[in-house]
Design a protein around this ligand. Structure first.
Ligand SMILES: [Zn+2]
Length: 139
């Protein structure tokens, strides 16, 4: 597996913390890069407020994207949590994200079914399917 994205430990920890806080509802957010490396993890509101799916409000996303742009950062991926299932993109995730957010956008799924053992996996979503990607933690 090639490395799809590089990020720091604090970014992984931020996604896990968000997932644990919002459980049993799914959380979601946006990863932004500067110079090809993740620079920030930005929480977004799950407008579905559901344990089974997530949706970022398009207006909120547009606003977030503008703010990132002004800061010289670029949206590079998304994260959301699975609170009762494995951290594998669901058919709904694939349907929702494939159209506009195929590669190089990455999709982290944070599995917190077992709160003691959060699982972090990274995917490309493309052509109605998913492909697991490697991520690298840089110090
Ligand atoms: Zn999902």
């Amino acid at each position: 597996m090639p490395v799809a994205i590089r990020l720091r430990r604090e970014h992984v920890d931020a996604m896990i913390a968000h997932a644990l806080e919002d459980a049993p509802q799914e959380c979601c957010g946006v990863l932004a890069t500067k110079d090809g490396v993740v620079d920030s993890v930005n929480r977004a509101r799950n407008v579905e407020a559901s344990p089974y799916r997530f949706k970022i409000d398009p207006l909120e996303y547009a606003k977030l994207e503008r703010g990132l742009d002004e800061a010289g950062a670029t949206p590079a991926g998304f994260y959301h949590s699975h609170t009762g299932s494995d951290p594998i993109p669901s058919p709904t995730d694939i349907r929702m994200m494939a159209t506009f957010f195929g590669p190089p956008f990455v999709h982290f799924v944070i599995g917190v079914k077992d709160r003691e053992k959060p699982e972090v996996r990274c995917w490309y979503i493309q052509d109605g399917d998913k492909a697991e990607q490697q991520f690298e933690i840089i110090e």
